[in-house]
Design a protein around this ligand. Structure first.
Ligand code: NAD
Length: 324
């Protein structure tokens, strides 16, 4: 199978490319290297079934050419990360909405299977535990640019499902919860690599807000296996599916585990949201995925334990920092 991965030089995309090459598929990556890097795919370049193009998902002729040449398009390219979204709201909305529209339109011409990456952020401020795919979404005001990410991804979902209904395009919407692992970087606000870098350097580990907010962290290896299984499941077509891990930990708890596993003397300090992000920043207390639909469709359950995930991230960050 020939798979196009947009955003394939990014964190999740590069792991997906690796996985698919390992199962005998052919992979083409499209990436503009805005948050991804050639370093993420350097080990794949030169392999017979791998190719890449540097360019944007908003480039209509380029996307049309690449989609025509593939059997499946996995659309991961997006402006990602809370910090990036607050700093560059225009680019977020344009990349996330326009990019998805271009990919879906190209896929619709030849009815190519399209896997669209969405996010647990679309559940917004809802407080239900766990979140199921058909739950209501509850987003904050348009005056807070934080919600531009959730809203743009929600629009991507509407658009994908509209293409499915109206143009009979086979689509699968994958709602990813916090995904972590090697190659993720902390620069754009991702919590685990940021904590890992701080613990390794012996600097204060900065917890934003009270730290009592809780999250579930899924190793990228599990997320990628879930995506691949969904891609190969006929019954998943036309569906929205949560992908993540449902083991919950507070951010204070995460900071503790990182410090302990790293053997670090770092202090843990709390930084108010207003200082870390922007005035009026709102965060969710809990975000737990209901994984019943994923299990029903694919039989898959995430397997990597959090301590193992933290060890992998620390090892990766040590390697990356020592190579600088
Ligand atoms: P990432 O930033 O590493 O990957 C995104 C990739 O898209 C990068 O390589 C970037 O260079 C590329 N890109 C951005 N704009 C582009 C454009 N206009 N044209 C071509 N390429 C472009 O982040 P990631 O964590 O690997 O995220 C992948 C997908 O998963 C995104 O759609 C994101 O919204 C979704 N997601 C991720 C998480 C997570 O916890 N990592 C959670 C929920 C959803």
């Amino acid at each position: 199978m020939q798979v196009l991965i947009t955003g394939g030089a990014g964190f999740i995309g590069s792991h997906l490319a690796e996985w698919l090459l390992g199962t005998g598929d052919r992979v083409t990556v499209l990436d503009d290297l805005s948050t991804g890097s050639m370093g993420n795919i350097a080990h794949l370049v030169g392999r017979p079934n791998f190719s890449y193009r540097i360019g944007s998902v908003t480039d209509v002729p380029l996307v049309a050419e690449l989609v025509d040449g593939c059997d499946v398009a996995v659309h991961l390219a997006a402006a990602v990360g809370v910090q990036l979204i607050i700093e560059q709201p225009t680019a977020t909305i344009e990349t996330n909405v326009r990019g998805t529209e271009v990919v879906l339109a190209a896929a619709a011409r030849k009815r190519k299977l399209c896997v669209i990456a969405s996010t647990s952020e679309v559940y917004g401020k809802a407080s239900k535990v766990p979140f199921s795919e058909d739950d209501d979404v509850s987003l904050g005001p348009t005056t807070h640019s934080r919600w531009a990410y959730a809203c743009s991804k929600a629009l991507d979902e509407w658009l994908a499902l509209a293409y499915a209904r109206e143009k009979k395009l086979p689509v699968i919407v994958v709602r990813l919860f916090n995904t972590v692992g090697p190659r993720q970087i902390g620069r754009y606000g991702m919590v685990l690599p940021r904590f890992a870098d701080q613990a390794i350097a012996g600097e204060p580990i900065t917890v934003f807000g009270s730290g009592e907010q809780a999250r579930c962290f899924c190793h990228v290896r599990d997320s990628v296996e879930a995506i691949v299984r969904l891609m190969r499941t006929a019954d998943a077509v036309g569906e929205v599916v949560n992908v993540g891990n449902n083991h919950e930990i507070t951010i204070n708890g995460l900071a503790d585990r990182v410090r302990q596993i790293a053997g670090s003397q770092s202090k843990i300090v709390r930084v108010p949201y207003d200082v870390a992000y922007a005035k009026g920043f709102e965060d969710m207390e809990r975000r737990v995925p209901d994984l019943a639909k994923l299990a029903r469709l694919t039989g898959f359950h995430p397997a990597v334990q959090l301590d193992r995930t933290i060890e992998d991230v620390l090892a990766d960050r040590r390697r990356a920092l020592s190579a600088q």
